[in-house]
Design a protein around this ligand. Structure first.
Ligand code: HEC
Ligand code: HEC
Ligand code: HEC
Ligand code: HEC
Ligand code: HEC
Length: 199
């Protein structure tokens, strides 16, 4: 069904429809950018800046970015590993909330911020393997109080980077090697193919 839809979208009629669709989505997108940049109300006012500046690694709390299907968000027990000690001296009301979750064994329902729609396939692993940093896509989390999406993760954003990284230019192919050229061309075809991100 989805496959048929994408085939149709590639036909001349489909392209016109996409153009009209794009124009009408434009004003909605402007509103979307505004709303997605407002940080949501989280169950616990967790601050990245405090924890990242303490030297806690991203992968300690989001280990799935390297291994699993998705980075994952930490459970209250992971937090409690450190906060059980801290709670004895720090009586901040924000920590009282955490204690309540732990004592009642209630899972914390974090509100997702960075998200792409279901019909888009994104995996962290190949991106990390290609040498990209968390910061490239998520911004500098050591300056973030309550997480918000630093940039809109839309199709243009994905495609721009895929094109940049596969362009046959001095940056990607400094020696102008024909072998590298062919490889870049092959990668570009794959990384800009509809079926790579939608299937
Ligand atoms: C590696 C240890 C560690 C982990 C894991 C950790 N924290 Fe913290 N957290 C700290 C330290 C240290 C502070 C600073 C404490 C202080 O200033 O007294 C802190 C501060 C905080 C504060 C601010 C408290 C205030 O003064 O307002 C909150 C809220 C908080 N953490 C929540 C969490 C939550 C929720 C998690 C799990 C997602 C978590 N922490 C995981 C070590 C940790
Ligand atoms: C102590 C645990 C902890 C550490 C360390 C940590 N995070 Fe997080 N992160 C969380 C929690 C809890 C949430 C969910 C609440 C929120 O969105 O603020 C989260 C949410 C996020 C989100 C938004 C996720 C979503 O659902 O949309 C991103 C992106 C993120 N973290 C990236 C990072 C990066 C990059 C680093 C390292 C620079 C990092 N985190 C370090 C605990 C942590
Ligand atoms: C190439 C860009 C890119 C890089 C690099 C990247 N991310 Fe993400 N991240 C995304 C996108 C896109 C999403 C939304 C994925 C989705 O909705 O399935 C996301 C979602 C997340 C989430 C929320 C997903 C969840 O499991 O709830 C966390 C947490 C996160 N990233 C952490 C990290 C960490 C930690 C790193 C570095 C190890 C990292 N990301 C590197 C693009 C990136
Ligand atoms: C900052 C750059 C950057 C951004 C942003 C980015 N990508 Fe990528 N993407 C890459 C690189 C680099 C590779 C690996 C290319 C290679 O094979 O060497 C890759 C590979 C992929 C692959 C192929 C993985 C495989 O199995 O070979 C998919 C699928 C993908 N990206 C989807 C996305 C989607 C969807 C988005 C947007 C939500 C996105 N990417 C955003 C740089 C990026
Ligand atoms: C590198 C990954 C990537 C590739 C390649 C890609 N898309 Fe997308 N596409 C996305 C993402 C991410 C979204 C979600 C956009 C958003 O949330 O604004 C999307 C959304 C869409 C939508 C929904 C309309 C909308 O704006 O929300 C359509 C239709 C679509 N893509 C068609 C295509 C077609 C046709 C191709 C091939 C010419 C293609 N895509 C190639 C990542 C990709």
């Amino acid at each position: 069904m989805i496959k048929k839809l994408f085939e149709w979208l590639l036909s001349p009629m489909g392209r016109v429809a996409v153009l009209i669709g794009a124009l009408s989505v434009f004003s909605l997108a402007a509103y979307g950018i505004y709303t997605t940049q407002q940080p949501p109300e989280q169950p616990i006012a967790f601050r990245h800046d405090i924890h990242v500046n303490l030297g806690v690694q991203c992968l300690y709390c989001h280990p799935g970015a390297l291994r699993g299907a998705s980075p994952g968000l930490p459970t209250q027990n992971k937090c409690w590993g450190c906060h059980q000690q801290i709670a004895k001296t720090n009586t901040s009301p924000r920590l009282a909330v955490l204690k309540d979750y732990v004592q009642n064994n209630k899972p914390v329902q974090w509100v997702p911020v960075a998200q792409v729609p279901d019909f888009v396939h994104f995996k962290h692993r190949p991106h990390i393997a290609a040498g990209l940093n968390c910061e490239t896509c998520h911004g500098d989390m050591s300056k973030v109080e309550i997480a918000e999406n630093p940039q809109v993760m839309n199709m243009g954003w994905c495609l721009n980077c895929h094109r940049d990284r596969t362009a046959d230019n001095v940056q990607n192919n400094p020696d102008n090697d024909p072998g590298v050229s062919a490889l870049l061309h092959e990668k570009r075809t794959k990384l800009t193919d509809c079926g790579t991100c939608h299937y």
